[in-house]
Design a protein. Structure first.
Length: 300
């Protein structure tokens, strides 16, 4: 079977286990059959082992419930892996659709042009991250309107709002910086390697923030109020993985986030306009209120 077919089978296995409480082998087998795959119990065990080795996802068997589950505590970067599966599933769907002919593109609408700019550098940057290789490149800054040369120890590739960013330590600053992939030019992967700082976990830096602006501050509880209708959209597409519904009635739905408030969170709240009200903390209430008042002055 092709590598694409194998990944697709892995995706279906994860989908079924993640969407149902401890599905049995027969349940998983039927699900795979519905999507064109036939497997034996031995093949399933081999797939589970490969998923663990290749992606770090720990799938275990619960003898009491006689089914499989994902051990989230033992799994590294589960959210990232599930996002990866979404991308793979979407790509597979589009591939299958396009086999019906180029006319299929008439029925698919993509977001604004330019989202793929710089994507040709992704493979080289990922290679450098995995192999701890230093890189150099020119990067354009929106703040200064100028392009500048950087030498960077790359730690992480991060996706945010359909764009990719490099997170690494720049020699000039001796601290982490975020670089938009779409603004990188003349990328060079050096033969020189670097030893990552064991005290710096790039993934964890983004655990308690929305978007790209990380902080060493302590996360706090953010309480938001939505109308029952708007809350359905927020439930379907959470603002952050810590999101929890803490109160729900016919008038409102209150949602809590455990985050470090930053620029991206404020921007998301402003985008929701009068569909959201910040209840706490007071500092965030004040910041959002001031931003709305400033915006209103532009129309007075």
């Amino acid at each position: 079977m092709s590598s694409q077919g194998t990944i697709r089978r892995y995706t279906l296995i994860i989908e079924k286990i993640n969407s149902q409480s401890c599905p049995s082998f027969n349940t998983i087998s039927v699900y795979l059959h519905e999507h064109g795959f036939e497997i034996s119990a031995r093949t399933l065990q081999r797939d589970i082992e490969q998923i663990r080795l290749e992606f770090g996802v720990e799938i275990k068997y619960d003898r009491t419930k006689r089914g499989y589950y994902i051990d989230e505590k033992a799994t590294v970067n589960l959210d990232s892996f599930l996002r990866f599966l979404e991308i793979v599933a979407t790509a597979n769907l589009l591939t299958q659709t396009l086999k019906d002919g180029k006319d299929a593109l008439k029925y698919i609408s993509f977001e604004a042009e330019g989202n793929l700019k710089g994507i040709e550098n992704l493979q080289a940057i990922l290679f450098a991250v995995k192999n701890r290789r230093q890189i150099s490149f020119a990067h354009y800054s929106y703040n200064t309107g100028k392009q500048k040369q950087y030498h960077v120890n790359p730690y992480l590739l991060k996706e945010y709002q359909n764009r990719w960013y490099l997170f690494g330590i720049a020699d000039e600053f001796k601290e982490f910086r975020t670089f938009g992939i779409d603004r990188i030019e003349n990328l060079v992967v050096k033969s020189k390697t670097f030893v990552p700082d064991k005290n710096q976990d790039a993934q964890k830096m983004f655990t308690n923030v929305v978007g790209l602006n990380y902080s060493a501050k302590t996360p706090i509880d953010v309480l938001l109020s939505f109308s029952p209708l708007q809350s359905q959209y927020i439930k379907a597409l959470p603002l952050h993985h810590s999101q929890k519904v803490v109160k729900e009635n016919s008038k409102e739905v209150q949602v809590s986030l455990y985050v470090i408030p930053n620029y991206e969170l404020v921007q998301k709240l402003l985008m929701l306009g009068d569909n959201v009200k910040v209840l706490s903390p007071k500092s965030l209430v004040k910041e959002v209120k001031l931003a709305l008042q400033t915006a209103l002055k532009q129309y007075s």
